[in-house]
Design a protein around this ligand. Sequence first.
Ligand code: XIL
Length: 312
Amino acid sequence: PFLNLITKQNDKLYFGTATNNVQLNDTAYAAILDDSRMFGQITAANSMKWFDTEPERGHFTFQDGDVIRDLAKRNGQLLRGHNCVWHNQLPDWVANGSFTKPDLLDVVKTHCGTLVGHYRDSWDIVNEVLNDDGTFREDIFFNTTGSEYIPTAFHAARAADPHAKLYANDFNIEGINAKSEAYRNLIPQLRKQGVPIDGIGIQSHLIVGQLPTDMKENMEAFTAIGLEVAITELDIRMTLPETEELLEQQKKDYATVIEACNAVKGCVGITVWDFSDKYSWVPGSFAGQGAACPWDENMKEKPAFFGIVEGF
Ligand code: XIL
């Protein structure tokens, strides 16, 4: 089955994947990626991030991102920009720079405005700005500007493209908890001050057998305050080695996530954080864990893939 053909039939959600430039030469991989029947949406996993798009101040490099954008364009796939402001994968001049507050706000404004002006569609404007307890993350942006960099980033994005969907994106906001509640406080507050925020991206880096039980209620709580919701980075990891039992539970878990989004008016789509275990970020970031994706390392569909089919 082809997932994007299925989602087109229900005419509601898109199904997409993250991808990276380095793996586009893998022909077995590219055959699946580069097929609009399978994916209706693409996110660049790395190549639109700050280190790759503005490696020196005011010097913008779009070569890598453009390759991903052109692939999506050729297939009529939606593009999701990821991301404008994040504490990770920053170039040295930002990560180790010393800025006054007005100077760093100017840097943020130029960066977001230029990126969103270049790549339109939907954007993760700010990524991971809160801690799990709902307080602001104390990164270079917060430590220099307080939370002011957030309005600055969104305003610059809106000025660059009046039609782009502008999102805040984060992890550990899949269920109702201190962090998701903090976003439900923060975003309306910002909107009241005129900050243009359209949606919340729920990353959804989940663990087999440990899904929050209130994902649907959580998404509804976001749509109730007028936000669009997207599942932006779905993967469901397990402690290795994989077993038949774990793969079956993973199938159920993928189905559960898709069903939850499907059931919520205002959940616009689901993106997996790469579709093949061969290119998943999980083993490199969580010791001893992996096998988080719906396709295996040989580009064969896993039970999880059929869980997704069932979920739609
Ligand atoms: C990850 C990429 O997949 C890796 O290739 C890279 O080394 C680190 O970043 N949350 C995010 C993504 O918002 O940008 C991260 O992507 C995964 C966690």
